[in-house]
Design a protein around this ligand. Structure first.
Ligand SMILES: [Zn+2]
Ligand SMILES: [Zn+2]
Length: 132
């Protein structure tokens, strides 16, 4: 299940949000975006499909959050539960990191007590978490 963590620097108020294990869909041009749950009041045909799960993790080298694909289905699924089950079947727990798609640096999942990238005077602390 998706989970978001917000970290903030107590010194300069810089903040960053890390998002773990969020469903994504593919747009007709191939770009990925967060899966948008259909409006239950609307009938949609063809049904929306979920392509996989991804995270948005901190890249210490780009100094911004970057997407990290945890799992992508060979065939997009109709129900979000299917992509979570498929990711679990691969042994994924949602906390996995990987290389930044832009610069190749290893992305950071956990930012607690990391030096603030903005002021470099203090360390980041988690100020909130929620289910998106
Ligand atoms: Zn990067
Ligand atoms: Zn700071």
């Amino acid at each position: 299940m998706p989970y978001a963590y917000v970290y903030q620097c107590p010194e300069c108020a810089f903040d960053v949000e890390v998002l773990l294990c969020r469903e994504f869909e593919r747009l007709p041009d191939g770009a990925r975006r967060d899966y948008q749950y259909p409006d239950p009041a609307l009938y949609e045909w063809p049904p929306r499909r979920v392509s996989g799960v991804w995270s948005r993790l901190w890249c210490p080298s780009c100094r911004e959050v970057q997407p990290h694909v945890l799992h992508e289905m060979d065939e997009p699924a109709e129900h979000p539960a299917q992509v979570f089950l498929a990711a679990e079947a691969q042994g994924l727990r949602g906390l996995e990191s990987g290389p930044c798609p832009v610069c190749g640096a290893t992305l950071c999942v956990e930012l607690e007590n990391q030096r603030c990238p903005a002021c470099e005077n203090s360390t980041l602390t988690c100020i909130g978490e929620y289910e998106p």
